[in-house]
Design a protein around this ligand. Structure first.
Ligand code: DX5
Ligand code: ZN
Length: 214
């Protein structure tokens, strides 16, 4: 069964604790935390201190998606805040292999995210070292955008790369995933789906999380 990582980007931040407890009740496998710096992406969200506070009221693993320039500067802060997976963008760090090794040295899982226009070939020489590949299915920066169709092929291709090499790498997709398209996207070869607005637009959030279990 696919794992679900609800993104709190579309949550009610004045009521974050309740929102997260609803996700937990619905059976969320991870909480997906979108960190944006206004430089790598045209939006600013939150950083390690907010994540550290959320950590106090849930034990669900934290899937931290860093949409920040030169993420290697802040890895330790996010580890200390309670991250279980830290994903950096290939486009945001010059020494990708070094950054992956840094994340793993703290005992957390290391992920690499690719923007929709970034080819999978950039992972050729690091795939053996990562725990997770995050395929962006929208251009990062905002919730509620439309799924980009060409990324379906990309998911299928990374799935076959991982299978061919017999690697233990999780494949995750993020952006534009809704009730009406998630099954066919999952079938392209995903282990984890990130869903933001597709959950928080619902009147009953607990039930909506359950509906993504497939
Ligand atoms: C986009 C973020 C996503 C976003 C997904 O930059 O990385 O995690 O919250 O939101 P939806 O599901 O609304 O596309
Ligand atoms: Zn994300």
């Amino acid at each position: 069964m696919v794992q679900i990582a609800p993104s709190i980007l579309s949550a009610d931040f004045s009521n974050l604790k309740d929102e997260i407890l609803k996700l937990e009740k619905g059976g969320a496998d991870y909480i997906h935390l979108d960190v944006m710096d206004g430089i790598f992406v045209p939006n600013i969200t939150f950083g390690a201190p907010v994540i550290k506070n959320i950590r106090k009221f849930t034990d669900i693993p934290f899937d931290v998606h860093l949409m920040i320039d030169k993420p290697e500067r802040y890895i330790k802060d996010f580890v200390d805040a309670g991250a279980d997976i830290i994903t950096v963008h290939q486009e945001a760090t010059t020494h990708l292999h070094r950054t992956i090794e840094m994340i793993k040295s703290f005992g957390v899982k290391a992920g690499v995210a690719l923007n929709p226009a970034t080819p999978l070939e950039t992972l050729e020489y690091v795939l053996d070292y990562v725990d997770l590949v995050l395929i962006m299915t929208v251009n990062p920066g905002f919730g509620g955008q439309k799924f980009i169709d060409s990324t379906r092929r990309k998911i299928k291709k990374i799935k076959s790369m991982v299978t061919e090499r017999d690697l233990n790498v999780l494949i995750e997709a993020d952006g534009g995933i809704k009730l009406d398209n998630f099954r066919e996207i999952v079938d392209c070869g995903l282990d984890i789906i990130v869903v933001g607005s597709g959950i928080f637009e619902a009147d009953d959030i607990v039930e909506r999380v359950r509906m993504f279990k497939y």
